[in-house]
Design a protein around this ligand. Structure first.
Ligand code: 13P
Ligand code: SF4
Length: 299
């Protein structure tokens, strides 16, 4: 299957990008692996006309909005992000009217309709930088309450209203499991995603996006790391750091949607050009403004 994919990819001059949470075999055949923001930039800058996006819907959709001339293929159409689906558009509309003096900041883990209604998008890797450049001291953040709270704590002079959404995968990661491992393992360095709850964030040595977590473990020289994010990152970490130990707290945190994509799905995606992502023009235009604002402020 791997050879068949690589042959077809060459013939079609396509590129395969994969989010850090994908299955190990998918990560191994991808041309680029990374976090949400990095991958959206890769797709925008690459020369290829056809892109297979091994990830979840909002990622392929954002890539399409940023690169409308390219064919963006999502191998499994129902690979969704439950967090992105936690925003009800009518409620958001009501909040926008009620809090019209607030800057609406949405996480990249949102659908295009939500991005279209907001002022700026942020990713976990650039949220702090972007917030530091927003002059308005009133911020409405959606939909992840954990990332929202993490950012809010960095800006004590700003007033925040935060949507009550959460990632079901990160929500399951518990501080008590981390603390019990810390008791057993000397110098255990805790690396966590800001989508984790407050108790976990408070005991983390480093907080960052999936790519930032991997980069941190690659560049530092500790022996034992605890990884508080989805378990897909462990494959990459072990490959690049064979001499280091990586632990997970409790049962591995697995995102079912991220793991839906198999090698066979990627092959079929290339073969049958499926599923080509399209976004309504009007929504795409508005969402592009918010995505471009992110790129401008993150630069
Ligand atoms: P990153 O942008 O850090 O890769 O996170 C995406 C995501 O879905 C986290 O759960
Ligand atoms: Fe969405 Fe959480 Fe899965 Fe990331 S890990 S794609 S935030 S459900």
């Amino acid at each position: 299957m791997k050879d068949k994919i690589l042959k077809l990819k060459r013939e079609l001059e396509a590129v395969i990008v994969a989010h850090n949470y994908q299955r190990a075999e998918v990560l191994d055949i991808a041309d680029y692996v990374g976090d949400s923001f990095y991958l959206s930039q890769v797709v925008q800058k690459c020369q290829n006309e056809t892109v297979v996006f091994a990830g979840v819907y909002f990622m392929a959709e954002s890539a399409k909005i940023l690169s409308p001339q390219k064919e963006i293929l999502l191998p499994v159409l129902d690979a969704a992000c439950p967090l992105a689906n936690m925003v009800d558009l009518n409620t958001l509309k009501e909040y926008k009217e009620k809090y019209s003096d607030y800057t609406f900041v949405c996480y990249i883990n949102t659908n295009a309709e939500v991005k279209a209604m907001c002022d700026v998008v942020v990713a976990s890797s650039n949220a702090e930088k972007i917030l530091s450049k927003i002059e308005n001291d009133k911020i409405f953040f959606l939909p992840d309450r954990n990332l929202g709270e993490y950012i809010k704590n960095k800006f004590p002079n700003k007033k925040f209203i935060i949507w009550n959404g959460f990632c079901p995968v990160h929500q399951k990661i518990q501080a008590k499991h981390i603390l019990s491992l810390k008791e057993k393992i000397d110098n255990l360095i805790v690396l966590a995603h800001p989508e984790c709850n407050r108790e976990v964030r408070e005991i983390a040595d480093f907080l960052g996006s999936t790519k930032e977590i991997i980069d941190f473990a690659n560049r530092t020289k500790f022996k034992n790391y605890l990884i508080a994010t989805e378990d897909g990152v462990i494959h990459t970490l072990k490959q690049t750091n064979p001499d280091k130990n990586f632990y997970v707290p409790g049962a591995p945190a697995t995102c079912i949607d991220m793991k839906k994509t198999t090698l066979e799905d990627i092959y079929n995606s290339l073969l049958h050009k499926k599923h080509s992502i399209n976004v309504k023009q009007e929504i795409s235009n508005l969402a592009l403004k918010s995505l471009n604002k992110m790129i401008e402020l993150a630069g």
